[in-house]
Design a binder for this molecule. Sequence first.
Ligand code: ZN
Length: 642
Amino acid sequence: MDAMRHEPKDATPVTCAHQASCASALPFQDTQDFRDVERGFVASLPEVEIKNAEGRIVWSLRDYAFLSAETGPATVNPSLWRQARLNMSNGLFQVTDRVYQVRGFDISNMTIIEGRRGIIVIDPLISTETARAALELYSSHRGKRPVTAVIYSHSHVDHYGGVRGVIDESEVRAGNVMIVAPDRFLEEVTSENVLAGAAMLRRAQFQFGATLSKGPRGQIDAGLGKVTSRGTVTLIPPTLVIKQPLETLVIDGIEILFQLTPDSEAKAEMQMYYPGLKALNLAENATHNLHNVYPIRGAQVRDSLAWARYINEARDRYAPKVDVLFAQHHWPVWGNARVLDFLAKQRDCYKYLHDQTVRMMSHGLKAAEIAEQLALPASLEREWSLRGYYGTLSHNVKSIYQRYLGWYDANPANLNPHPPRERSLRTVAYMGGAAAIMTRARKDFEGGDYRWVADVMSQVVHAEPENQEARQLAADAYEQLGYQAESATWRNAYLLGAFELRNGTPALKVRAPVSADVINALSLPLFFDYLGVRLNGAKAAGKRSVSNWIFPELGESYVLNLENSVLSYVAGKRAADADTTITLGRQALTEIVMRQLTLSQAVEQGAAVIEGEAMKLNELFDLLDEFQLMFPVIEANTQQRT
Ligand SMILES: [Zn+2]
């Protein structure tokens, strides 16, 4: 790759015209959100910049100073510019009596409720560093009070990762702090972050744009907040799990009605109503943007029908009695009439997308056709809180189709087409070669058909990844699409794509990071599932072994069987004919997986005892793949991975 960095370009006249038409189509005169986002402001830091123990910056708003301008340049969609400015609001805010939020210290909000004895912290952000800073900001203005409880509203990392920044685990063990979470919290944290974790981390770079430089030609926002913080991710397992659909608890003198909302914005999530405070917290199910029925980082598709129902139930049951509605992202909505109106529109947006997608699908339309044709009704379309800054109508519709019918559109031509590189090689040859395609593509670029140019040039890049001219033209098209996008996540994806086309995929040889706390929290069956997805099938061909895994402190034992290039296990058994038996503690297992300890070191240190053929276990570990954080996205992975 060229050693010189290729810089981003300016908006084209076509993009300028696109931005102007967006600006005239939306109600910019409605400035209620700008008043709400500052309402209750107590204080912030003079400069919101948070570092870790080594002095590395893990969170900073400094690089976003360019957003102080009321209107942005033509390289940013004006609607997204508006949202990016709203998300700059930062500091400690009073929501209502006893309820505070720290916003702008991470992508998510930390909510603090003042109880009788101390404070309840809802959602301790992503990183210990940002969570600690948020709590310090609160304490410096409201006094130092002990944390009596932590509530995780749901199973996404921006709602639990900073927990060790606000409490010490010894306080939890001593019974001084309770940790409350929705049903299946731990299972969902571990399954989402572990089995598919490596692929999602790299894909998340495209969604959040955390590695892009900030600026009007770079990352400006993530829709839900500025960006994800990059500090220390931790997890302390919950001590109290909400299991019933509706459950009431009094925590530190505060009455909380929990409403479980499984399979909504997260697999494990819950909304909360605080009757004594006349306040409703919808976690992440009703925020100031169209959310993701499917996030482009990749995930299982969420249930938009259930999502709408949960909002409706909360609206019906609790909203008539509240003065304020808030969530774990963005700013609150005050006033009963406004809360009811806001929730009705949120409900109807997710329900409309669901119902209309299924209706059109039942007429035989394919996902991409529905995404192209469907628009929100006029009564919802101009609502700022339903604009697609995070999710988009387009990719949400496609994922609703996918939830019901899967990836296949029923056209047999699409049953078994060639994979991207082989298909691109053939297409480019049929179209007369790369040069002929580019002559036409340049014309279409001039005409502003960036969508088609990106599509066709991606095929040329797949066919000829070393063709610099092709990469530059593809990058130019991605870039204009990014500039035009109202969605922050689409903008980030296009701009990171353009960056990697111009500068190459960074060849960082680092392992995809996993949090030791998360590995430690894995149930043993999930742990063995995790080993299974790391087994290299080709390398394991012809290998056979049976091993007993004994965990005396947990009273659990497993028989692990390797044959046919597959690892399978049976719980609660011990095989008499095992090649090897290993007896170890749960902590040692985590350390081995985290590569802090080798198997033989574990034995030397007495953390594990191996009987039988130790070689067989070493052989098994040698068959496990390591996953690198970085892999090619905008071009084919030509390395053999079988
Ligand atoms: Zn979140």
